[in-house]
Ligand binder design. Structure first.
Ligand code: GAL
Length: 748
């Protein structure tokens, strides 16, 4: 059995790429992975700080159990240009910051201590995608994902591809491609066995196939599989394929997760397992404040959970590059569809750059082709111009590697050449009516025929909307946030109502750090429905209100509830983002109004918002500027029963701090990050949206990522704490000058 050993600990990090580090073991800064070469402040930083050389060293010790084995180094993600030296010899290099790579370490029993030096160059090298032009995100240097040693026999499995077939039939099959690498010429024949196991039923054996590998690969078929459960959004059933290769002296076994599902974009929409439904998704950047890309497994999983459970999305686009394997693993486990794409942003580079892009297509697909959550390969550079020859090649390569999935290629130009299977379009028409020279009024989305210029409908997906057309901060004025909400409602409603649109993916999940050429001058694009700390803005409730109330009942008034926040005063029209069937509003002691989901304005939303507007009130019934302001109570109903209520007070008083976490006790083996949120609340438990007092945080044990003193922003502050698996719990405390301090014990 091969051994996969994490080697995230005990790396020496050097803020230079001095040549002597190639073969001289030195003392740098002791770090563990994932690691960000240069941590940055939240905003207003020097974006060139990590555009230079760095080095990581580690001693790899020879162990007696390595005798007769091959030792491989696996790096899951290193930004951006990497060279690997082992005992002074260059053994490998890799020129993509987003895909994994592995190399064989030449180890010998007579050398006990081996020096591994990983040199990285963080500059935006125009030979490496996505670089060469402006890009609206940052690429943070470092070994920012996990590192592993694989110890296996000289004959070992190199690659497994699992293709479920006849998915919607009673009798299903699986085709398997197994490639073997052999460092022994006399090892053939190699016998290969693949078994399908059900991990939920004690690894029950469901099917088996045997074959002989006479060259370096073999194809196997397992047929007549019955009683197989499909992988679906609500029941993401995973099976395991256990493959063993065996020759006279050596053997290797690996277990690979996979699922049975069909996924197809057609001109009339997207079908999962033959069922038509609308895609409702968000784009995700994999960055986090202060540490860039360098976050561990649990933070990656929590992002997937935010998308699936809090926001109720059914798809995420990994804009604009392959993301952490932990994130993808979790999408498989929880049933979140993924549209994954190659690294790039508008710019297409020269010959080397294009060759690298083809390698990126290859590694992206081989890394994730067994994942049921991956449903579409993005094989164009995001929003690039047409380039016939180049994109013929990326498409052909994707189809050859994986004929089971369709290709897409995200574009923003009309009438762009369709070489892919799905026309994937960033549609920013909403808001464009403000542009000079535009002579149309507000449109939420274009019609596909107007975009494609084709005479017939094709599979079509909106891959971005909103974003820079209406950047909105969590702390923005209520009216701007309401407009943000309305824009999301309008687009999702429009996409839902158009059978020629498979769905829409908003820009974007969370705010992100970016280059000076984008964002608000603070190096942040405030484009998320969550802020950079993953704290929700009002627009996030557009998504969560579309969830089935059996999953969660949502009642979110888009207001801070005050007489004077909005222009001229008052709170109308008041949008309540909800999945209830009726909402009542009790204003003071005497006024009680009922309103229902606004199906005339939003006929295609699963759960239209309830809108209290002027038509429901006598003029000045809620008072006007200069008159007393009053408390309110909202109550949501389902099947005529009260199911949720919310009070908001006219005179909120800063009453208490609340501290919470979404951490769930779990097993972990390396450094992980615990997310904690502190909120300043009024006397009825609502966040105080303009409470910006200083906040001091302490944690014991653990290390706060970013500063430990900050201000609450819009009444909320969130942060992550690095913890090691040696601790069983941690206690976090928070204090402000005026509210009683709070603390939280978190069981790990
Ligand atoms: C798109 C681009 C995204 C992001 C977005 C902001 O053009 O694809 O990466 O920059 O604009 O709205």
């Amino acid at each position: 059995m091969p051994i996969l050993k994490s080697i995230n600990d005990h790396w020496q990090f050097f803020d230079s790429g001095a040549p002597e580090l190639i073969n001289e073991q030195s003392i740098g800064k002791l770090v563990s992975l994932p690691h960000n070469a240069v941590d940055i402040p939240l905003n207003y930083f020097d974006e060139t700080a990590w555009q230079k050389n760095f080095c990581y060293q580690k001693i790899i010790e020879w162990k007696p159990e390595y005798l007769g084995k091959e030792i491989w180094l696996i790096l899951d993600g290193v930004m951006a240009d990497t060279q690997i030296y082992f005992n002074g010899q260059l053994i490998d290099s890799h020129r993509d910051g987003y895909t994994p790579f592995e190399c064989k370490l030449p180890m010998h029993p007579d050398q006990k201590q081996n020096l591994l030096s990983v040199f990285i160059n963080g500059t935006e090298n125009p030979d490496i995608p996505p670089f060469g032009g402006p890009i609206d995100y940052l690429t943070y240097a470092g070994i920012y994902r996990d590192a592993w040693l694989k110890i296996c026999d000289p004959v070992a499995i190199d690659l497994i591809k699992i293709e479920p077939q006849n998915i919607l039939k009673d009798h299903k099959s699986v085709s398997i491609l197994c490639q073997v690498r052999s460092f022994k010429s006399n090892s053939y024949p190699i016998f290969v066995t693949s078994e399908i196991l059900d991990p939920d039923v004690g690894e029950q054996l469901l099917g088996i196939a045997n074959g002989v590998c006479n060259d370096n690969e073999v194809r196997l078929e397992i047929n007549n599989l019955t009683d197989i459960k499909l992988w679906d959004l609500d029941s993401p059933k995973l099976y395991k394929l256990k493959t063993t290769v065996q020759c006279q002296e050596f053997s290797d076994t690996i277990k690979t997760s996979f699922g049975f599902r069909s996924a197809e974009f057609k001109p009339n929409g997207f079908f999962l397992n033959g069922r038509l439904f609308k895609i409702r998704g968000l784009n995700r950047h994999q960055s986090f404040p202060y540490v860039g890309y360098a976050m561990g497994r649990i933070a990656q999983e929590q992002d997937a959970e935010h998308l699936k459970y809090d926001l109720g999305c059914n798809l995420v686009r990994t804009s604009h590059y392959p993301q952490s394997p932990w994130f993808h693993d979790h999408c498989d486990r929880i049933g979140l569809l993924v549209f994954e794409e190659i690294p790039g942003w508008q710019h297409i580079g020269g010959k080397n750059w294009k060759e690298q892009t083809l390698k990126n297509v290859d590694s992206m697909i081989k890394r994730n082709w067994n994942r049921p959550s991956n449903i579409l390969w993005g094989v164009r550079i995001n929003e690039s111009a047409d380039d016939h020859d180049f994109y013929v090649k990326t498409n052909a390569l994707a189809r050859k590697l994986d004929p089971t999935r369709q290709t897409g290629g995200v574009r923003c130009i009309q009438n762009s050449e369709l070489l892919e299977d799905v026309y994937t379009m960033n549609d920013f028409v909403q808001g464009s009516e403000e542009l000079p020279g535009t002579n149309h009024s507000r449109i939420s989305l274009n019609y596909q025929a107007d975009i494609t210029g084709l005479s017939e409908n094709v599979p079509y997906l909106v891959t971005e909307f909103n974003g820079h057309m209406f950047p909105t901060k969590r702390t923005d004025h209520e009216q701007r946030q309401l407009e943000h909400v309305i824009r999301y409602l309008d687009v999702i409603n429009r996409a839902n109502g158009d059978q020629n649109i498979s769905g829409c993916i908003g820009w974007c999940f969370a705010d992100y750090n970016t280059h000076k050429d984008f964002g608000s001058g603070d190096h942040i694009c405030h484009h998320g429905v969550l802020d950079i700390f993953r704290t929700p803005k009002f627009a996030s409730y557009v998504y969560s209100s579309q969830k089935n109330p059996e999953d969660e009942i949502i009642l979110k008034p888009v207001t801070y509830w005050s007489r004077g926040e909005r222009n001229i005063g008052g709170v109308l029209p008041l949008y309540i983002l909800t999945n209830c069937e009726k909402v009542t509003m009790e204003f003071g002691n005497s006024i009680k109004k009922s309103a229902y989901p606004n199906t005339s304005k939003y006929p295609f939303l699963d759960y239209p918002p309830v809108i209290f507007d002027h038509t429901l009130f006598e003029p000045d019934e809620l008072g006007k500027w200069g008159l007393y302001w009053t408390n309110v109570k909202f109550t949501g109903f389902l099947n005529d029963a009260e199911v949720i209520s919310l009070k908001m007070v006219a005179d909120p008083i800063a009453t208490k701090l609340e501290i919470g976490t979404n951490w769930k006790p779990t097993n972990f083996s390396g450094i992980e990050q615990v997310r904690v949120e502190v909120k300043a609340l009024d006397q009825v438990g609502n966040v105080l949206p303009y409470f910006d007092d200083p906040l001091t945080i302490e944690t014991q044990p653990g290390e706060i990522i970013g500063p430990s003193s900050m201000t609450l922003k819009g009444g909320i502050s969130a942060f992550w704490i690095n913890i090691s698996p040696n601790s069983e719990s941690l206690v976090v405390s928070a204090r402000t000058p005026r509210l009683p301090p709070v603390s939280l014990r978190i069981e790990l």
